[in-house]
Design a protein around this ligand. Structure first.
Ligand code: GLC
Length: 712
């Protein structure tokens, strides 16, 4: 449709039809199955209102979409096609590693490819929009939704977010019916929920908000994201669903967003529970006035907005126009059954190959004492633990992915290790005396014992906060008892968040962080454990020594009484009495079998100016005989700043393939813009003065140089 035709269509619409376009419900309103991702609705719609709504979320199959769309077009007066949205977070039916795992790859190319393939599968099921990427800044793994995030660094998160948007949307949504419109979420600050408890209060300073929480959203906007979802939380005391300042001034005016703003599930009605509105009428009025276009799964707009005496008809037309424009960009007026008429050629094989490769790029080798890994395929292996033969390896938000056809670690290893014994997967407490003794015997007679531990999918994602991050006692007990029988112990972790591994670390020689690796997880882990693939992942989020350290980020501040090598025993220092300040495993950390290392660094000058960027080089050595991948990271430290700044900030990284017994050079270019930070006036710009830079394979690197940023 042409723009003027859209405007003519709006002129034909009644007030109720305009408001209806701004309402989104689940498929059960049309008596179809679907995904329920929030509190069930206690309200229903008359047939007249139902055939005025604008979009549906949570369908599972092409048949459902076809039935709902066909019925709707027949029964609605103007036959404006419905928009179908879904949480395609890390795959649709073929499930990829969770976003936090993909973030371990430090690769925007990977997030782009995973998004593209997810869209390929989801569009065939009639989905038009995905509620992804999640761009929340996170520092607290008590919050289960870190699973969906890109981790604790705003720069890394911004780059990975752009990759997702590129992969989902492509360049022409009307022509390329195998792409999805993306909805970046949750705008803004949801990752800062107090106590890591989901849906809890948030309070952020404007500086912190602009410095760390908005950049990934700006990145999504710069990449052309079509929708923004507001978050459940308040900012500066105002719930995001009715935060006019952050939606109309910051998001639309300052950040330049002209697409659709959608609330989160039932967030408008929940304004009553927050006690910031008297009734649904006020909720509808204030949310609409603040700039929330679509009301997801509440009946505030559909039953109360028409009564709002102050309803600005122009604003209403503009909101409807934004939604109809999105439908038009997707080509729905010409092709309301977009995607589901696509060829039925199976793509499963290529997607399963891709998810296995994505998983191998996301594993993080946390410990490898005595080079116990990789194991040889000739060694006698004993595999046990609650996740050993578990197919529960898809993680939260795995949509219609079937655990039944996920490849367990037991299946994966049995394909690659002839002499493999698989023990009972029970936790320690459930074992009988005989079972315990035979388990110990088996462990004693094996060359390497692999323990598969971690979380269940149910323990991760939304509404899955934890105050205790150590593994369950039964799993810790298993580690201790098996290590007493055979010290050649490797743990493979299946988890959706950084856990507290302090209790098991001393008892094991190897730890492979596998996250929730997706449909081909077992094969991917087996190929990594047996050395076919060298683990290359780097932690996108620190693993704490203790949950009491949270919220935690490597971007720590010096404080007025910094802990140093010299004052460890002094009292009046910023430290804990019971654990160190540092994490067990830091941001950017991850080992490899090839043991690549940074041999030397050099810089092009001592001075950096706007006209003359600084070139920094590092030589990366691979001492082994196998191919290795190094993720070389560049951090800076601004020595004297107007506002307090962290002592270290990631500015750039490069993934380098280094063949065995060779040395490669990598070159970084630091510009004045890289030195910028948010000042009192909320503007982002650099201060002149002294800086240090650090190059390394994790955020603790001490390989440093220094330079001065001058006017000329
Ligand atoms: C949920 C989540 C959001 C999701 C939406 C639709 O409550 O907060 O991330 O996209 O509802 O399922």
């Amino acid at each position: 449709m042409k723009k003027n035709e859209l405007k003519e269509l709006i002129n034909e619409m009644t007030l109720e039809e305009k408001i209806g376009q701004l309402v989104q419900v689940t498929p059960d309103f049309f008596d179809q199955e679907g995904e329920i991702t929030g509190p069930a609705a206690e309200w229903r719609l008359s047939e007249e209102k139902l055939f005025q709504i604008g979009s549906v979320l949570g369908t599972h199959t092409a048949e459902q979409v076809y039935m709902i769309q066909k019925t709707y077009l027949e029964k609605s007066r103007l036959s404006i096609p419905l928009l179908f949205m879904a949480d395609v977070i890390h795959g649709y039916e073929t499930i990829f590693p969770i976003p936090l795992a993909l973030a371990s790859s430090f690769s925007a190319e990977l997030t782009e490819e995973v998004a593209r393939l997810s869209a390929l599968e989801a569009t065939r099921a009639g989905v038009h929009v995905t509620f992804s990427p999640m761009a929340d800044h996170v520092m607290d793994s008590r919050w289960g939704r870190v699973l969906e995030s890109n981790g604790e660094d705003p720069t890394l998160s911004a780059e990975l977010t752009k990759g997702y948007v590129r992969g989902y949307q492509g360049t022409d949504l009307a022509q390329d019916t195998e792409r999805l419109a993306a909805c970046v979420k949750h705008f803004v600050g949801y990752g800062a929920v107090q106590g890591g408890r989901d849906y809890n209060h948030v309070d952020l300073s404007p500086i912190e908000l602009h410095q760390n929480y908005l950049p990934a959203f700006q990145a999504a906007l710069d990449e052309g994201v079509k929708l923004v979802m507001t978050s459940f939380n308040p900012i500066n005391g105002q719930l995001m669903s009715l935060n006019r300042s952050l939606i109309k001034e910051t998001l639309r005016q300052e950040m330049g967003f002209d697409g659709v703003v959608i609330s989160d599930w039932n967030a408008l009605e929940e304004l009553l529970a927050h006690r910031v509105v008297r009734d649904k009428y006020q909720a509808a009025a204030e949310a609409f006035e603040a700039g929330t276009d679509i009301d997801m799964m509440s009946d505030c707009y559909i039953n109360h907005l028409a009564d709002f005496s102050g309803l600005d008809s122009q604003a209403l037309d503009e909101a409807v126009y934004r939604l109809l424009t999105l439908k038009n960009e997707l080509g729905l007026f010409e092709n309301p059954f977009r995607g589901i008429t696509a060829n039925a050629a199976s793509i499963e094989h290529s997607l399963r190959k891709a998810t296995k490769e994505a998983a191998m790029k996301s594993f993080v080798l946390l410990k490898n004492e005595d080079s116990i890994l990789p194991v040889s395929q000739k060694q006698r292996l004993f595999l046990l633990g609650p996740k050993a033969d578990s197919k529960d390896i898809l993680g939260a938000w795995s949509w219609i992915g079937k655990t039944a056809n996920a490849i367990s670690l037991a299946e994966g290893l049995s394909h690659r290790v002839p002499d493999l014994t698989i023990g009972k997967a029970a936790s320690w407490a459930e074992l009988s005396a005989e079972e315990y003794l035979s388990l110990c015997e088996e462990a004693r007679n094996s060359e390497v014992v692999v323990l598969a531990l971690g979380e269940s999918s149910e323990e991760t994602g939304e509404a899955a906060s934890k105050a205790i991050l150590s593994l369950p006692e039964s799993q810790i007990e298993l580690v201790k008892r098996i290590s007493a029988v055979n010290p050649n112990l490797v743990v493979v972790l299946f988890n959706g968040r950084p856990l507290e591994l302090t209790a098991i670390e001393p008892y094991v020689k190897g730890i492979l962080e596998a996250w929730f690796p997706g449909s081909e997880g077992g094969h991917a882990i087996a190929e990594t454990l047996t050395g076919y693939y060298d683990p290359q992942g780097k932690l996108p989020m620190s693993f704490p020594r203790a949950v009491g350290q949270l919220p935690f980020s490597y971007q720590a501040y010096s404080t007025g009484r910094p802990l140093t090598e010299k004052n460890q025993t002094e009292k009046y220092v910023s430290k804990y009495m019971d654990v160190g300040n540092d994490p067990l495993y830091p941001f950017g950390y991850g080992l490899s079998y090839s043991n690549v290392c940074i041999e030397a660094i050099s810089q092009s000058a001592e001075v950096l100016t706007r006209e003359k960027p600084l070139t920094i080089q590092a030589s990366v050595k691979n001492p082994s005989t196998r191919e290795g991948v190094a993720t070389v990271q560049l951090y800076i430290e601004d020595m004297v700043t107007e506002l307090v700044r962290p002592v270290r900030e990631l500015k750039s990284w490069q993934k380098l393939n280094v063949t065995g017994e060779t040395t490669e050079r990598c070159t970084f270019t630091l510009t004045a813009d890289d030195l910028a930070y948010v000042h009192r006036d909320l503007k982002r710009y650099p201060d002149f003065g002294q800086f240090r830079f650090f190059i390394g394979l994790d955020s603790r690197t001490t390989l440093a140089g220094q330079f001065e940023f001058c006017e000329s």
